[in-house]
Ligand binder design. Structure first.
Ligand code: ME8
Length: 662
């Protein structure tokens, strides 16, 4: 096979994930997006480097290791391996996997710290601030919610006062603002760029505390200029993007850095959009090319996160629905940059509509017709004489052009939609040209034209979906009698020149059902899909969240109706998981009565035990007792929900337990 010369280069990174819990769908999503974009660039002929890895220093890791009863090193080795071993399971084609505890990384961090120190941009000072271990960041008033808690982790930050080293980040504020203004694509999509610009407009950027005294934390990279301190985990972690290329003096760094594309979710916008470019500038490097920011996968309106525990297991999804269907769904369903709710029902819907009906059907019907009418060989095509043949080529030209415009700009949903216009167009083309009638009427030349056009365009569809569904694309290529060799393909040319349809006489494989339909069954706890027939691991099916019921109509409540309600404040004493229902807690509340009240509450997907215990909540105290999955509930905790998740109702200050709401 002839190889193309590399026309361009591309460097894509995922965040390096904290090893304080095992990977979930959120991590899988970012990594699958990075993989798809890396594959796309490889097909486009670009020399591509794809880096992922794990972030292994900091308080958060030390805490998690202590909880697990291991040493930090043992702990990070175990969890990092869980992240690494997930990659082949999801067909991730990364070129390297970086761990921040590796020696190669420690050296690069020290080298860069020294450069910034020598440039005079690091100084020692006393500092007092509020630190959130979950975020591994000091938080300001603006960062906290109305209750003074970290909005992501729902905990009050710890006040810390100590002498530390600081990076003169404020010095680069004007430069950064100018850089963002001059480079509209530097942070994308645009609303995140605007968010960063308004952060920069809000006031003077604080200098960044970049050290931790060893007396408090010694799990980190020692500062090269003071052995009493280790490096702040974010300063250490961001530098992985340079270590992964081989360090600042490596050939790969000079080759790939100008095309560096970071991919992150909005939770880590600030470190990537503000800390990182200013650190690079101070160390004497160019900024990265683009920061690509996506939204959150939500579970019932709450961010899916390891600290909240409301996570979906990527491997369970793969086992139930097949890897490519899962990958396709993630890219098709989330509008890049916006939040999306994860639902297995929607996944099943997509699988059946787009994959089984549209794509799978096209392949199986065209392949079986080729076998029936031409003995399974690609027929010789004559002249294109009919309007519908020209129209379908026009549609194909448009569809591929749109796809190639949108995909590299991270607009995956729209890119796939553009491709599916062609898939659906080809199914229609089959219906309109009716090959079975052409066969019956002996119109062999016309039949060859129709089948040849279909096969040729199906091959092009297969190669365009390879970035998202590599296994499926390779199977399709095999069915079309060829082998998929990404290095021999020039995606740009494929979209314009249609002279390279399948070679006459190529033998095709027998048609097989690429995507069997999946039934979605309503069960008590929501819905569950019947697994694919080829799935050996049925027992791994995850539970589906309950679908939302329509809100009951709200009528007028007379004052007397309201008076019937006995709402009281009480402190949560304990919250235990319900033995029979994984969404419920059995909560004990001090309502100022001789005995604590027992309330069964559906808060488990939203709030942690640590968050609940000690908190004052509003309880409907005169609700008739009832049993929920076998456990008696003597009231109801009041909560409120919006797009950002669920919050508990409480008073603005502490009140005596049992106080009545009026
Ligand atoms: O922040 N929806 O690591 P992390 C979408 N170590 N994506 C999600 C998600 C969700 N609900 N939950 C997690 C860190 N992610 C640092 C990064 S980089 C120099 C250091 C994905 O383990 C998403 O990519 O908390 C998010 O940015 C990342 O996991 C956070 O991973």
């Amino acid at each position: 096979m002839k190889r193309r010369a590399a026309l361009d280069r591309f460097f894509i990174t995922t965040p390096i994930y904290y090893v304080n819990a095992k990977p979930h769908l959120g991590h899988a999503y970012t990594t699958i997006v990075a993989d798809s974009i890396a594959r796309y660039h490889r097909l486009a002929g670009h020399e591509t480097f794809f880096l992922t890895g794990t972030d292994e220093h900091g308080d958060k890791i030390v805490e998690a290791a202590a909880k697990a009863g291991s040493s930090p090193q043992q702990y990070v080795d175990t969890i990092s391996e869980q992240f690494r071993s997930l990659l082949p399971e999801l067909q991730i084609s990364n070129d390297d996997f970086i761990r921040t505890t590796e020696e190669r990384h420690k050296q690069v961090v020290r080298d860069i710290l020294q450069r910034v120190y020598d440039a005079g941009d690091i100084y020692l000072s006393e500092y007092e601030g509020r630190y959130c271990t979950g975020c591994e960041q000091f938080l300001t008033d603006k960062d906290l919610d109305a209750n003074g808690l970290c909005p992501d982790h729902k905990v009050a930050p710890t006040v810390i006062k100590e002498k530390n080293y600081f990076f003169r980040m404020s010095k680069y504020q004007d430069w950064l603002k100018q850089h963002i203004q001059d480079n509209p694509e530097f942070i994308r999509p645009e609303h995140y760029r605007n968010e960063v610009l308004s952060m920069l407009d809000m006031g003077v950027l604080d200098d960044l505390c970049i050290s931790r005294p060893k007396s408090r934390l010694d799990w980190g990279i020692e500062l090269p200029f003071d052995s009493g301190y280790v490096t702040y985990v974010w300063f250490d972690a961001l530098i992985n993007y340079i270590t992964g290329l081989g360090g600042p003096d490596s050939e790969n760094f000079s080759k790939f850095w100008p095309r560096a594309n970071h991919l992150v979710a909005k939770d880590i916008l600030k470190p990537h959009a503000i800390f990182w470019p200013t650190m690079l500038k101070a160390a004497g490097f160019e900024p990265y090319q683009n920061l690509n920011v996506h939204g959150y996968w939500l579970m019932q309106d709450t961010k899916m996160s390891k600290s909240l525990g409301n996570v979906v297991e990527p491997l369970a999804m793969r086992d139930t629905y097949g890897l490519d269907a899962f990958r396709y769904f993630l890219l098709r369903e989330m509008r890049f940059g916006r939040d999306a709710s994860f639902s297995e029902r929607a996944l099943v819907g997509r699988l059946n509509a787009d994959l089984a009906n549209d794509l799978g059907n096209l392949f199986s019907r065209v392949l079986s017709m080729t076998h029936k009418y031409f003995g399974g060989e690609v027929p010789a095509m004559g002249q294109r004489s009919h309007a519908e043949d020209v129209e379908i080529l026009d549609l194909a030209l448009n569809s591929f052009a749109n796809y190639q415009q949108l995909f590299p700009r991270f607009q995956f949903g729209r890119a796939l939609e553009a491709l599916w216009e062609l898939v659906r167009g080809l199914n229609k083309y089959v219906d309109v040209t009716a090959p079975w009638t052409l066969f019956k009427n002996g119109e062999t030349e016309r039949l060859a034209m129709v089948i040849g056009t279909l096969l040729g365009l199906m091959r092009k569809i297969a190669l365009h979906i390879w970035p998202v569904m590599p296994q499926t694309a390779e199977t399709m290529f095999a069915q079309l009698g060829g082998e998929f060799d990404p290095s021999a393909i020039d995606l740009g040319k494929e979209a314009e020149a249609f002279g390279d349809f399948l070679q006459t006489g190529t033998r095709l494989a027998k048609a097989s059902n690429l995507f069997p339909r999946v039934e979605f069954k309503e069960v008590e706890s929501g819905g569950q899909a019947e697994p694919r027939q080829d799935n050996p691991k049925k027992d791994k099916q995850p539970k589906q969240p309950k679908t939302q019921q329509p809100a009951p109509e709200v009528g007028i409540a007379e004052f007397a109706d309201f008076q019937k309600l006995d709402l009281r404040l009480g402190t949560v004493l304990s919250a235990e998981p319900h033995p029979e229902a994984d969404r419920l807690y059995v909560v004990k509340i001090d309502l100022g009565e001789p005995q604590p009240r027992q309330v069964v509450a559906g808060l488990r997907e939203h709030l942690e035990v640590e968050f609940l215990v000690g908190r004052q909540v509003v309880v409907v105290a005169n609700l008739a007792p009832r049993k929920l999955r076998g456990v008696e509930s003597q009231g109801m905790i009041m909560a409120v929900k919006d797009k950002d998740g669920l919050q508990l109702l409480t008073a603005t200050g502490l009140v005596e337990n049992g106080s009545k709401v009026s």
